[in-house]
Design a protein around this ligand. Sequence first.
Ligand SMILES: CC(C)(COP(=O)(O)OP(=O)(O)OC[C@H]1O[C@@H](n2cnc3c(N)ncnc32)[C@H](O)[C@@H]1OP(=O)(O)O)[C@@H](O)C(=O)NCCC(=O)NCCS
Length: 171
Amino acid sequence: MSTPILRLAAESDLPTINEISNYYVLRSTCTDQLKPESTADRLAWFREHPPEKYPVTVVEIDDDIVGWGSLSKWRPRAAMAPTGEATVYIRHDSHRRGLGKMILCDLIERASPIGFHSLIGSVSADQPASIALQESVGFQPVAHLTEVGHKFGQWLDLKYLQLMLDTQAAR
Ligand SMILES: CC(C)(COP(=O)(O)OP(=O)(O)OC[C@H]1O[C@@H](n2cnc3c(N)ncnc32)[C@H](O)[C@@H]1OP(=O)(O)O)[C@@H](O)C(=O)NCCC(=O)NCCS
């Protein structure tokens, strides 16, 4: 495998970002979306993710984007600004090559200088890969919510994992 290259995402990457995650929307409970993200909604989301506050990154292999990650607001209200939510999606044919960990470790490195105090991962409880990935970089399970979602005719439990960062200052 050629060396993966990690970089900030650009608007021109959004169709591929959507392709990677929309694959799961239709097939997996790893996302609580029920309908594929439209191009317009993804663009609006991206414009709410300026790199100095809420970075979106992609990993490329041989000029092919095979995964992406982001730091987002965890909750919309201002007092919750010190807490971010980390998201990672790896293309379905490129799992278990260390790419998810690469993206997540990079997001963690970016988070402290931005001013985040902790990061949350929210994961459907039936998704061992996401839970294991987050635990592998130090996230700790902190909450388990029962039957809060419903997809593909089944109830979904939600787990929250949290990583405390070094920063003491609030944003
Ligand atoms: C979760 C996901 C991002 C993991 O990405 P990945 O590139 O396959 O993971 P990595 O190869 O970097 O794995 C890093 C560690 O995570 C754990 N892990 C990853 N996938 C795992 C699996 N299927 N089962 C158990 N542990 C797993 C392991 O500890 C692994 O380390 P190891 O390979 O040395 O054992 C990927 O499966 C994915 O994109 N899934 C669909 C989207 C999703 O669930 N995203 C998370 C929502 S935020």
